[in-house]
Design a protein around this ligand. Sequence first.
Ligand code: C2O
Length: 541
Amino acid sequence: AEFHYHEFIVQETSVTRLCRTKNIITVNRQFPGPTLTVRNGDTLFVTVVNRARYNVTIHWHGIRQMRTPWADGPEYVTQCPIRPGGFYTYRFTIENQEGTLWWHAHSKWLRATVYGALVILPKQGSNFPFALPQKDFPVLLGEWWNRDIIAVQRRAQFTGAAPNNSDAYTINGQPGDLYRCSTQGTVKYSVNPGESVLLRVINAALNQQLFFSVANHMLTVVGIDATYNKPFTTNVIMVGPGQTTNVILTANQSPGRYYMAARAYATVRNGQFDNTTTTAILEYTNVNSGANSRPLLPQLPAFNDTATATAFANQLRSIPSNNRVPNQIDENLFFTVGLGLVNCTPGPRCQGPNNTRFAASMNNISFVFPRRTSLLQAYYQNIPGIYTLDFPPVPPVQFDYTGNVSRGLWQPRFGTKLYKLKFGSNVQIVLQDTAIFSTEDHPIHLHGYHFWVVGQGFGNFNPQTDSANFNLIDPPVRNTIDVPVGGWAVIRFVADNPGVWLFHCHIDSHLAWGLGMAFIVENGIGEKQTMEPPPPDLPQC
Ligand code: C2O
């Protein structure tokens, strides 16, 4: 195993997109930021130096951070933010994870431009469970705003209005040549005829599920969220914010230029729904004839094609390993996930429909981040008054979650409520979408863990009939589950990593409205089951 040392300088850089030049926050003046390539078992030391004018933290999305919760990164959860002029070294070891993860700012909405790929290759001397591809490319899907991203955030978070849509989707930071002024920057991936290519597709978009497809080429799905799956072939994948999907493509079509493209999968629609398409070009080498002609565009599903998204999710199966799905459940939790509206007095902070503002909640609790210190520091040092331990394990009232509910019955309460888990307990969480405001699919991410997705479906979860159909043999293993629109998903994990772990919707507007909570996982017995003490350079609030 190796050690990797990196320096991330967070700083403003001027970039031009969609005919305009503006300053954005970047790492090392790169957008997207640097790709880190490591092997399973390696240790990373990343020193983040903040030369921007905002507080910042970096989160290593999907890294388990075994015993190193201090390196996880969400601000006010595992650390106080790095102030302008400050720095902090994230130190962590990759334990039994292979595939594609990514890193991103976990502070305000800075992750709109502060993100990059984290590629984890097999251990030295071991191989992929599939033939070694000739090429290996990260494909980071994102969103671009012409407006300042902090202004976009403030509108959603503080006025209570629906957030502004982005102005473009992007591949590796570029909208692609279907957008204005974007031809020059369009990303090109060059392949030799016959080569196989591993595409590491990462959805780094703030607020949008995306379909992805490559014209004329089939995609063999081999990995999700840094786990291997049983390979299957498809012409389109759906990736939720936070998720990654590894696909292999073989350059077996007539030499030419083909678009790879991504477009929204959107289950809620407002008046200004964005159905534009971002593109990059898969370009065969030594193409002379027609090299300048327009590439072929793949057919992408319609924005509301839930059937295609569902069919894709249902094909995912893990490669069974020694890690077996827990059969016996110690903690049986049921969390509603949904959007809502709260009544407010007309004014600048009350810009939602009809004297309301948007709120979102789990089990009717809208999560509030602390400000005085981080949750992990408060837990570790026994600082009172930062959080309470009364997050409800089941909804306060049960009803038809897919119907229209009177808002009076379901007005979110605000709080920093956590739920404590004993070390080693087997946890099951039913995640149920609600229709309190409208149904929507929510990509729910658990920090510090991978979980098994033992079932998902539409309508109300039925404990009897639905549990009988759980897949306990080869369920997909992920860190982010896209809970189906108007439906449910059930995850299981073993609480074997002590710390404080955020569990939240990876749509940033939903998180800003409170769609999250956090777990405390207690230490077990002995060094291997105990979190490390905080590093000396941990930022203070
Ligand atoms: Cu990728 Cu809490 O986030």
